[in-house]
Design a protein around this ligand. Structure first.
Ligand code: SF4
Length: 324
């Protein structure tokens, strides 16, 4: 059974699976209209959640998109830090996370207290935090960045300033290498990306020798060294659309393959590892989206003092890099 159907009840004699899915989609559409809601789905979400969303993409792109709509409610199909980012950018809207335990282990690998301690140890440093961080950590940071623009954000900072980069050490090393800057790194990592191994890449290359290997910077350094392109999920989608290649090996969470196939039906995409599944991303189901809209759960709220400070870090990033 495909993982994204796990939450849908088994078809009965009276209804086929297709009819049941259609029923759920209709129910979601009705609730969306009733609540004046917009549904966002991250690129790592189960395929059927991506299909029913109003917007799909990376976490920051989605939050920016949602802040521009006149919807009253944002249902964020993703993990907690993503819904928090939407709440930081859209304080006038109600932001819902359909599954309250959908967190990001990497974001939770550094607390605001730990970052404050790191700042004390490096009093002259500027802090750049990956968007995969809690609102409290963003509030303690000078700049935010995404995997797509981390290199540009760091490159834009004064050369005489030390830079603390949190929480992902693998993205941090990639940024240090591309910018030539010495960064103070935090030992965080994404448990989903680090399961992709050198053996996985070698085996996939042996099987599909003509394929281009696209790898996310959250992967380990040896895996990145074996890859053809190091790209964020948004950049993977753009690269595949422009490329004349017809086969790609994808070294990131496998959910992105749904969007890649949908946008490039003539090309083939193979996961570098079938194990690269983020269990938190897969906690969202159609049933949970329905409960979320019916019961207005689980609302994500951020204390205003934290929100304003966190927004500054996001705004500074956008100032450096006007939205593309
Ligand atoms: S894929 Fe990794 S970084 Fe993304 S939400 Fe899951 S654990 Fe966090």
């Amino acid at each position: 059974m495909p993982i994204w159907y796990a939450e849908i009840p088994e078809p009965t004699a009276a209804y086929t699976r297709y009819e049941m899915t259609e029923q759920l989609i209709r129910q979601i559409e009705n609730l969306k209209a009733e609540r004046s809601a917009v549904i966002l789905a991250h690129n790592y979400q189960p395929g059927e959640i991506q299909d029913l969303a109003d917007f799909t993409g990376d976490s920051l792109g989605l939050s920016i998109e949602a802040s521009k709509t006149d919807a009253d409610v944002i249902v964020f199909c993703g993990v907690r830090f993503m819904a928090e980012t939407a709440a930081i950018l859209s304080p006038e809207k109600t932001v819902l996370l359909p599954e309250k335990t959908a967190g990001c282990p990497m974001a939770d690998m550094i607390t605001a207290d730990q970052l404050r301690q790191l700042k004390q140890e490096n009093p002259d440093a500027l802090v750049v935090c990956y968007v995969n961080s809690t609102a409290e950590v963003k509030a303690e940071s000078d700049y935010c960045c995404t995997s797509a623009n981390a290199v540009e954000v760091v490159n834009s900072l004064p050369e005489d300033r030390r830079i603390i980069f949190v929480p992902d050490r693998h993205l941090g090393r990639f940024v240090a290498e591309r910018t030539g800057r010495e960064l103070v790194l935090w030992p965080g990592y994404c448990a989903t990306h680090v399961v992709i191994t050198v053996d996985d890449i070698n085996a996939a290359r042996a099987k599909y020798p003509d394929a281009i290997v696209m790898t996310h910077p959250e992967c380990t350094e040896p895996v990145k060294e074996l890859s053809d392109e190091l790209l964020s999920t948004g950049q993977m989608l753009k690269f595949a659309a422009r490329s004349t290649a017809k086969r790609f090996i994808i070294a990131t969470e496998i959910g992105i393959i749904h969007a890649l196939k949908k946008e490039n039906p003539e090309a083939e995409f193979f996961p570098a590892s079938d194990r690269a599944i983020c269990p938190n991303m897969k906690k969202i189901s159609m049933d949970k989206v329905i409960s979320s809209l019916e019961n207005m759960q689980y609302e994500i709220t951020i204390a205003e003092t934290i929100r304003l400070k966190a927004k500054k870090a996001l705004d500074r990033m956008v100032e450096i890099l006007p939205e593309k």
